[in-house]
Design a binder for this molecule. Structure first.
Ligand code: HEC
Ligand code: HEC
Ligand code: HEC
Ligand code: HEC
Length: 253
């Protein structure tokens, strides 16, 4: 009887040993006080002793506080994502536009370095936000926060813009020398001199007193920007009625 118990104990022991978390073979007593398993916060692969594989897409300690919503880094990251209005083009968490890729899945697909590079050296149709290194640290932590399943909703539509696709001629000619916009007609415009006009209905400039852009307000703006903003820099642009309504329909669905 005692012999049988010993066998069972031995079997149980070797079974649990086979499934053991190999991270702690190299990192004994590191983060042992933390909730969750190592890979919940750091990603990686816990079944191997080969360091390069174990560290695959590793999230280093710097960004690993994302599972704690109340940590200052996570809080600041969530705020930055809101302030920079990344969701005007990307889906992040449970909301956002489908003009550029779904960041919930992009963040899972990319390594931390690739993610930082995509933000610091943006492609032609993404603004360069000129974030400080501290901002980047918070922002990345915030982006990881939104990859937690209960905080995110992935969308299937992924649009990739290689560069300027030509697109709508009127916008190109009349607005594109000052503005850019990512629209359902493609990536339009050539200049970052004036605000990016992607997903305007998600933008609430101070001078609209709390409301967002709609067709009526855009019509007033295009008739004369100073109808809405006393010292607007944008000149009155010569447009026929047809051109004006085509642009309004392009920018606001
Ligand atoms: C074979 C040993 C080994 C295994 C297995 C291993 N690591 Fe490491 N880890 C290291 C060493 C050595 C370092 C020091 C930096 C380096 O050499 O990459 C390190 C560094 C780290 C760091 C700090 C990186 C930073 O820049 O902040 C984290 C986090 C980490 N490991 C997590 C893990 C996790 C999670 C696992 C399991 C999925 C794991 N490690 C598995 C050896 C290992
Ligand atoms: C709840 C999230 C969480 C879990 C789970 C977790 N860590 Fe960490 N880890 C962090 C954070 C945050 C840091 C940054 C330093 C700190 O706050 O402790 C960190 C730092 C580290 C570091 C770098 C330490 C250094 O040299 O600065 C290593 C290595 C590491 N963790 C390994 C592990 C291993 C191995 C496990 C599993 C036993 C694990 N972590 C579990 C969040 C976590
Ligand atoms: C004006 C639209 C726009 C805004 C605003 C914007 N992006 Fe982008 N972003 C793009 C485009 C276009 C791409 C490249 C095509 C793609 O990945 O869909 C891109 C690509 C990325 C990628 C690489 C995605 C991948 O699949 O490789 C990351 C990461 C990213 N953006 C993060 C951000 C973050 C973080 C913010 C807010 C701070 C932000 N973006 C704001 C348009 C935008
Ligand atoms: C000569 C440059 C120039 C041209 C051309 C131009 N804009 Fe502008 N636009 C600006 C500037 C500068 C601003 C910043 C606000 C201001 O004028 O103070 C602006 C602001 C805007 C805004 C408000 C954005 C916001 O949220 O604050 C909209 C909407 C807009 N432009 C639409 C258009 C459209 C549509 C066209 C083409 C018919 C166009 N613009 C052509 C320079 C230009």
């Amino acid at each position: 009887m005692a012999f049988r118990v010993l066998i069972i104990l031995l079997l149980t022991y070797s079974f649990s040993f086979a499934n053991d978390n190999k991270c702690i073979s190299c990192h004994e007593n590191v983060c042992s006080d933390k909730p969750y398993t190592c890979t919940t916060c750091h990603r990686g692969e816990s079944t191997t002793m080969r360091k390069d594989i174990a560290h695959y897409k590793l999230i280093s300690g710097k960004y690993a506080s994302f599972t704690d919503k109340s940590s200052p880094k996570t809080q600041k990251g969530i705020e930055l994502i809101k302030d920079a209005a990344c969701t005007r083009c990307h889906n992040i968490g449970t909301s956002g536009a489908t003009l550029a890729s779904d960041l919930n899945s992009a963040v899972k697909r990319l390594t931390t370095d690739e993610l930082i590079k995509a933000i610091k050296e943006p492609v032609i149709n993404m603004p360069n936000f000129q974030f400080s290194n501290q901002d980047i640290e918070n922002l990345i932590t915030g982006l990881y926060y939104y990859t937690i399943p209960q905080n995110s909703k992935s969308i299937t539509q992924v649009v990739h813009f290689q560069g300027d696709t030509g697109g709508n001629d009127i916008f190109q000619k009349k607005c594109g020398t000052c503005h850019k916009a990512l629209t359902s007609a493609g990536a339009l415009g050539n200049s970052d001199d004036a605000p990016n006009l992607s997903n305007l209905t998600n933008s609430y400039p101070d001078y609209l007193n709390g409301s967002s852009w709609n067709k009526d307000l855009l019509n007033k703006w295009l008739t004369n920007p100073r109808n809405l903003k006393k010292y607007a820099v944008m000149p009155i642009i010569e447009l026929t009625d047809e051109e004006k309504s085509a642009i309004i329909n392009l920018l606001i669905k």
